[in-house]
Design a protein around this ligand. Sequence first.
Ligand code: ADP
Length: 186
Amino acid sequence: MSESEKKTKRACAGGKGREFRIGVYPGSFDPLTNGHLDIIRRASKLFDKLIVGVLINDAKKNPLFTMEERAALIRKCVDGMPNVEVGAFDGLLVDFVKQNHAVAIVKGLRAVSDYEYELQMAALNRHIDADIDTIFLMADVQNSFLSSSVVKELAWHGGDIAGLVPKEIEQDIVDNIKRLRTQSGN
Ligand code: ADP
């Protein structure tokens, strides 16, 4: 066996010279969709550990579900993925990445419209810390139109969200939205 083959074997076995790689997948997840879950599944194969980082307070978005509700919905769906963890963060993403000793940020890209903003964020994060890179995974074509806003809008008006969100949390989302509608008197 050549030296390079030996190195690869060691690396695959998690032996000497192999760094334990942690990735962070951040977002509002208000609520989690099949698009998000697809990215989680794919990214979990690229890292030893993937941390789904739920943004606590998104000033721009004003979330419908609390951070605890959003995190609980994600936890239900990643139950069978042993290397996926759910965390929450506020403030700078780069700080959350560093606190968790992660090496990269994972983002999903749906359309050209996502690109411009994500390019800016990736550049900004590298400016803050040049050691932290952003990895982009292209959305599955099937999910390219899917967003949390689409799901909320549809569910709020009594539409069918089956196929847009994981089955495990479909009813939770419908129930949560019904409760919120009742509270708001709509
Ligand atoms: P949104 O409110 O637009 O659904 P989030 O802030 O919750 O977005 O998204 C978190 C991350 O997931 C972002 O990187 C976003 O680009 C990505 N993402 C959102 N929806 C999808 C999808 N349908 N397919 C792939 N990636 C997605």
